[in-house]
Design a protein around this ligand. Structure first.
Ligand code: ADP
Ligand code: MG
Length: 362
């Protein structure tokens, strides 16, 4: 669970080995008393599979009544996520996102339904967070070496030049033709702050369509807890790790039909001149976020939202983000801050999460 200043290559496979998973799960399968266990849970089994996709691990576990059917549906789910990966990746010049980026400053480009959909959502979160979340951060992500390395501190001039190519208002969406135009030459869209969450929501949607309502999905630390952990009525237990001691639990939370996403300064970073530079960049300054916030965990019924907002809130800090959360909107947030060696929870946290009425899909 370390990031190092000497990582030269950030290709997804190497990243995998070094990434930590911010959150891990303990699924409590058993019911409280065997004698009282409802028969429906005894009839059910569980199937679990793990794949490598989007440069990390995706583990899906579902409760089923027919293992063969469950296996087929899981094949379908991974096919769907692999398809999104192929479209959204910046690690493959033949991806749909690359094609769009290549046309920056040029004509509108027709895009697929998922790329359109994820961009629409990304722009909505940009608007809501006053640009703290911004998928046009690509030029500054590249400049600091977070895409392909080497990681480095760029000059002020280079930062200013890259920032001139950043700004979500430069994404022109034309719904009648489903085309997207990147208005400024040299723009680079980077979906790293939203793609996993979006893929989780699509996966959950597919599982529900196939009749699965209880399961657990862990996508490199972005979590979706579907239904009940015993297939009946017990919530899932998600462990939020200690940001500095990965083998220790910071908190446990019990959730159902909720997504959990953490953004922190310890996922990918480098240290130079005695300072820690994280892979979450402020679109306002063109620099890694500098704050005493160590991690922000967001819990909402939408994984897209949890992913985007955890990134956005890391940029905004608790004071600016406080109006965007609350149990009335079913958005929960846990801020962990550091002063000296002391870690503590910020009082502006809205925590612990409560169950929300209805089940949001995406
Ligand atoms: P992780 O991928 O570790 O779960 P995040 O969800 O916080 O972490 O996403 C971080 C990634 O999002 C970065 O690697 C980069 O690709 C992208 N990114 C960085 N800063 C921003 C930002 N301000 N807005 C949107 N995306 C960002
Ligand atoms: Mg995120």
């Amino acid at each position: 669970m370390t990031g190092h200043c000497n990582i030269r290559s950030l290709n997804p496979k190497r990243q995998l080995a070094r990434r930590s998973v911010a959150i891990l799960v303990l699924g409590f399968w058993w019911t409280r008393g065997d004698a009282l266990a409802p028969s429906v849970s005894e009839a059910r089994g569980w199937v679990q599979r793990t794949w490598v996709v989007m440069g990390t691990y995706l583990t899906v576990r579902v409760s089923h009544e027919d293992p063969a059917h469950a296996e087929r549906v899981l094949d379908d789910v991974i096919g769907l996520v692999q398809d999104l990966d192929r479209r959204f990746t910046l690690y493959d010049p033949s991806s749909e996102l690359w094609a769009l980026n290549r046309h920056a400053g040029g004509p509108p480009v027709p895009v697929s339904e998922p790329l359109w959909d994820v961009l629409e959502r990304a722009i909505a979160y940009s608007q809501e967070t006053a640009g703290a979340f911004d998928v046009t951060v690509g030029p500054i992500v590249q400049l600091w070496g977070f895409l392909e390395g080497p990681r480095r501190i760029p000059s002020d001039e280079a930062i200013a030049q890259a920032r001139a190519r950043v700004g979500y208002t430069q994404i022109e969406m034309n719904p009648s033709h489903r085309t997207v135009r990147l208005a400024t030459p040299g723009m680079v869209l980077d979906l790293g702050g939203i793609a996993k969450g979006y893929a989780l929501d699509r996966a959950v949607e597919r599982l529900r369509q196939a009749g699965f309502h209880h399961g657990f999905l862990n996508f490199g630390g972005d979590i979706y807890a579907m239904g009940a952990s015993d297939g009946v009525d017990q919530p899932w237990t998600v462990v939020v790790r200690h940001p500095r001691r990965p083998d220790q639990t910071w908190r446990e939370l019990r959730v159902r039909d909720m997504a959990v996403s953490t953004s922190g300064d310890y996922e990918r970073f480098f240290v130079a001149r005695g300072r820690r530079y994280s892979h979450i960049l402020s679109p306002w300054t063109g620099r890694p976020v500098e704050a005493d916030v160590v991690s922000v965990t967001v819990v909402t019924p939408s994984a897209t939202e949890a992913d985007a907002l955890s990134t956005a809130f890391f940029v905004m800090g608790p004071e600016r983000a406080r109006t965007l959360v609350g149990s009335d909107r079913c958005r929960y947030v846990l801020w962990i801050r550091q002063q000296g060696n002391r870690l503590f929870e910020d009082s502006r946290s809205v925590w612990p999460p409560r169950s929300c009425p209805g089940t949001a899909v995406r």
